[in-house]
Design a protein around this ligand. Sequence first.
Ligand code: NDP
Ligand code: MG
Ligand code: MG
Length: 337
Amino acid sequence: MTKMYYQNEINEAVLAEKKIAIIGYGSQGHAHAQNLKDSGFNVVVGVRPGKSFDQAKEDGLEVKTVAEAAREGDIIQILLPDERQKQVYEEEIAPNLEPGNALMFAHGFNINFGQIVPPADVDVFLVAPKGPGHLVRRTYVQGAGVPALFAIYQDATGEARSLALAYGKGIGAARAGMLETTFKEETETDLFGEQAVLCGGTTQLVKYGFETLVEAGYQPELAYFETLHELKLIVDLMYEGGMETMRYSVSDTAEWGDYVSGPRIIDESVKTRMKEVLADIQDGTFAKDWIKENETNRPRYNEYKKAGAEHQIEQVGSKLREMMPFINEGKKKVVVK
Ligand code: NDP
Ligand code: MG
Ligand code: MG
């Protein structure tokens, strides 16, 4: 079994004298900054003037420009969108790095694909929560946590590992468990997971399920409940107890349909294409294409986004969710703090 690291075996004292600069105050940034502060650490947020700058101030954090925060920080955690990191790093962070500082990430993209090349005299490591930022904050407040991966790319001080573990404890990840990986493994598996299963695979499956029902003449509202809304309830059961718990809870008819029809829908050819997607990630094809898309102002990204928003499932869904305000209640409470 892979070794998991939990709370009680991690000494957070290594972080006590350090100033932690959180660069960016978005999904992950707001959660890391607030959790670390609530864990008793010295945090400064670095972000450009604007919406998230104001939000960080309102949340009671010390907020500076990216360059100032990078200068003050002993640990500099870059929580900007991956495609913006290279430029901000080169212009505002790199000139303010001192020997012995630690450069941190929550995803290995820029290091793994050679976009950011840090100097040899700083520690480089990542702590990557395996969940969205808002849950990193919400679970922390509830006394729980989102599990995280950690990886050491460069250990200039000899302290990188203990710093990474202490940081994970500070954001609440060690309550759920931390697992050691490499930048390469974290980057490739993260990209594969979101493309093949979590985001890409799931949205496409839901969309085709919805369209199949609507094209056959069934009511769109019913199709929405059947293929999108109820998915969460099924996934919650898998989350709690694996596929067996889900299959125990559904009817035997549903379980039988799962066995006989599931493999007709998701057959071996899907796995073949998953392997192609993985190969594109591993050899850098995906990264190259995404970097180019950003350099040309995202023509395809914007087109896909527009088409996604205009799909009937989104129109129907937004009306139905308006009548179910309870769906977002928990989320609102956390975001407003
Ligand atoms: P977000 O898109 O939520 O971050 C946006 C933040 O970056 C905002 O504060 C924004 O400020 C700021 N920002 C954007 N561009 C600039 C700029 N040029 N200069 C200064 N600040 C800027 O990022 P995420 O939290 O989604 O991702 C951060 C990292 O965490 C990524 O490496 C990602 O892969 C990783 N990660 C993300 C997860 C998630 O749940 N989203 C899960 C696990 C890892 P403004 O308001 O001014 O635009
Ligand atoms: Mg991920
Ligand atoms: Mg990701």
